[in-house]
Design a protein around this ligand. Sequence first.
Ligand SMILES: CC(C)(COP(=O)(O)OP(=O)(O)OC[C@H]1O[C@@H](n2cnc3c(N)ncnc32)[C@H](O)[C@@H]1OP(=O)(O)O)[C@@H](O)C(=O)NCCC(=O)NCCS
Length: 173
Amino acid sequence: MIELRKITGDNVDAVMALAVEENQEDFIETTNLRSFADAHMLNTEGIPASPFAIYVDEVVVGFLMYIYDTTDHESFQNEVYYGKKTYFIWHFMIDRSYQGKGYGKLAFEKMLADIETMPYGEAEYVDLFYHKSNVKAKTLYATFGFVESGIIQDNSMHAIKKLDGKITASLVG
Ligand SMILES: CC(C)(COP(=O)(O)OP(=O)(O)OC[C@H]1O[C@@H](n2cnc3c(N)ncnc32)[C@H](O)[C@@H]1OP(=O)(O)O)[C@@H](O)C(=O)NCCC(=O)NCCS
């Protein structure tokens, strides 16, 4: 069974020890430790950030983090979603030894179900970036209805999905 659990003293070491394949390092650009630090800094600045350990039964297999933010980066200024509230997926990884077993998809679905409850406030969108050559991530996100916006930053493609509360309705039992 897949679960998302808060980072605590019980799982922080396991989360830090997770790793992707060497040829996937460009896909995440940062470490779980740095993302966890980012979460604390963002929360201090008043931008809610939720880092989670991904568990399969009692084993930590991955890490993800999303934040509640506004799409106000200058590259979005001609887009319809400019200035709108969004849940932005900051970090998402499954340890190399647990990839390809369906855990990433299940964890992503859990995260979207969580986001649909609007834990930090209403938002119209959920969005993310992925490296242009990350076919696996692109395919996975497209399954959930994310559409490429055409905006590219540092070799990463932006994709966005309108949050109408129905993303997981047809997917979750
Ligand atoms: C991307 C990642 C999170 C996916 O997790 P995973 O557990 O390996 O993926 P899953 O086994 O759940 O597969 C999920 C979906 O990915 C897609 N996928 C998997 N392998 C694929 C491949 N070789 N080519 C294209 N798509 C693929 C499929 O859509 C698959 O769903 P399906 O099996 O129903 O068709 C994981 O591989 C990872 O951590 N990669 C390195 C870091 C990374 O790229 N993070 C994302 C940053 S944006």
